[in-house]
Design a protein around this ligand. Sequence first.
Ligand code: PHE
Length: 461
Amino acid sequence: MTVGRERWDSRTAFIMAAVGSAVGLGNVWRFPYRAYEGGGGAFLVPYFIALVTAGIPLMILEYGLGRRYQAASPKAFKSIGKGFEWIGWWPVVMCLVVASYYCVIMAWCWNYLYFSITQAWGKDPSSFFYTSFLKFKQATPTGTESLKGMDLHGFNWEVLIPLAVTWILVYLVIIKGVKGVGKVVMWTVPLPLLCLLLLFVRGITLEGAGAGIEYYLTPDFDKLFGPDGGAIWMGAYAQIFFSLSVGWGILIAYSSYMPKRSDVTNNAIITSLANCGVSFLAGFVVFSIVGHLAHVDGTTVEGAVDKGFGLAFVAYPKAISAMPGGPIVAASFGIIFFFMLITLGIDSAFSMIEAALGGIYDKFKISRRRACAIACTLGFLMGCIYLTHAGLAWLDIVDNWVNFYGITLIALFECLVIGWLWKGKAEFKAYVNSVSEFKIGVLWDICIMVITPVILILSLI
Ligand code: PHE
């Protein structure tokens, strides 16, 4: 039923919400560490290719589907063909899984916000993060060793309250429906961007920043087509899907709350470019800091800090402590940074739940209040596994699994079903063009039907 469907207050509210979902921890935490792992500049080339060939075309597709069918992902796919409903349910499940660990990372940010006041991480943020805070590494006779994933060991009680706070905030926002979301994003989108700009100015003026930025911007083509090239390409595509929130059913749900005749392509392009612009900017911030740390420690940029999950929780604290100007300046920067991460993350977190709820309302008649309570409690409980001492191993496994196999496969199916199997594609394109300023043509078909599926299949292989 389309009668009585909730609506955004304005186009700005919709764009802000879509940008809010896209711009999140993925830009400031995940993008830089993926880029650092993928060899800095070597990662940027496939990343931008993925943006143009997969990110923008799929976003146009999802906005178009949501608007046209006025339904969240499961029902929208069902409208395309009865047999395709499962393609719409799959991302709903993925959203809940991602939300469960995404909120844990936000909970760490609350802890770190508090640690910033005294710079509790001391001289060695890396061992503080892995050993003292997460208790993920244990002392062995020869040093420290990471715990294996299957054995849960102990529980990090100090993260439990921040996790509960995060879920309560998510609950309080989505309980009010899209109108509530539309109001909150007016704050949670611009505020962190201001913080990021501040950190950017500070970052690039640090000594040694140039070397980090050079590493970030210089592509290494040998790496891209070398033996590890497949992983870098796949990582870049997965990062685009994660970062743009494409393939997760979120954009279908969000755009279904727009009036039927509102622009599709322009909004998709604005959201994508805004999101990737923020990632690109965050890259400058992180790599200038990494460059600075390499300069201070007298090492290379490549080996300056641990690559991987901990980058944001190791590199930034190191930089915060190394900040000229004394402890008060350092504490202020720390607080700004972790506050920024929380505000960045919150709108992405509630978009995941909102997408899942959208699917549930369309299918089952259940009140918003009850559905929100069930989803948030479930997410909170699922998140508790990452609070165990082996939680980081679980987080890494689940993040990799969901992003590489879950979402990449959904995107692949989306391309194949829409591109090759769906008889209504031509009519859909005509619909999108009739409501949009910027028209899509054969290039869109080539991206959806050939380029994206071929690259995804090759990198999966
Ligand atoms: N796009 C968000 C980010 O970059 C994360 C996200 C993933 C949001 C999946 C919704 C769905 O942080």
